[in-house]
Design a binder for this molecule. Sequence first.
Ligand SMILES: C[S@@+](CC[C@H](N)C(=O)[O-])C[C@H]1O[C@@H](n2cnc3c(N)ncnc32)[C@H](O)[C@@H]1O
Length: 219
Amino acid sequence: MSDHYFTARPKTAHRPGQVHVLLPDVHLELDTDAGVFSPSRLDTGTRLLLDVDTKPAAGGDLLDLGCGYGPIALVLAARAPAATVWAVDVNERALGLCARNADRAGLANVRCAAPGDPALPASYAGIWSNPPIRIGKQALHALLGSWLPRLSPGAAATAVVQRHLGSDSLQRWLAEQGWDVGRIASRAGYRVLRVTRPDAPGPGPSGPAGPPAAPEAGS
Ligand SMILES: C[S@@+](CC[C@H](N)C(=O)[O-])C[C@H]1O[C@@H](n2cnc3c(N)ncnc32)[C@H](O)[C@@H]1O
């Protein structure tokens, strides 16, 4: 039986592979494995996110929420060498790959961590995510509801979501929660959403950050 990509400890037999991330400014060779998200090729949504929006703040703490084997986190780290990039995932196999990939690429500013890791900062100068839509709407809302309030004032979160997996309804839900949310790119059925705090103070997203969502324990 195969695991979901968001299983904490995949039991799927190992099948090592490699994915090449070739961007105008960053070239990476990343190890992948069975039991993690998109192990045989760079996901189309991830590629769109990397193409349109990964100009991170030069320094501070940045978050890749749901890092998988690390393509987003490592590109952020390469583009912002003075920043610390927190690569968070529930999948231990993915976290191991992400750490090994960062090490091999010489990106010492990547920290791979489980969501409950006490070392995780309380706030972030930017959040990027190809979020785990397949955990279900309720769990996804809880996940975003626990991490987005950790955006520092003036910071933005950027997420890529497939249209047929609910990008438009996610955009509506985020707006209902009081976030400013806009679509900044669209390609091949994927949308890139940019989420910021509203200018006016008020309830909803400006509330205190809750604890990170509990790790998904598998299926
Ligand atoms: C769509 S994949 C994206 C992976 C990687 N960022 C990429 O672009 O290839 C979403 C990731 O979110 C992770 N995930 C699922 N639930 C999570 C949670 N509660 N907290 C953090 N990450 C989670 C999954 O294990 C998976 O690796």
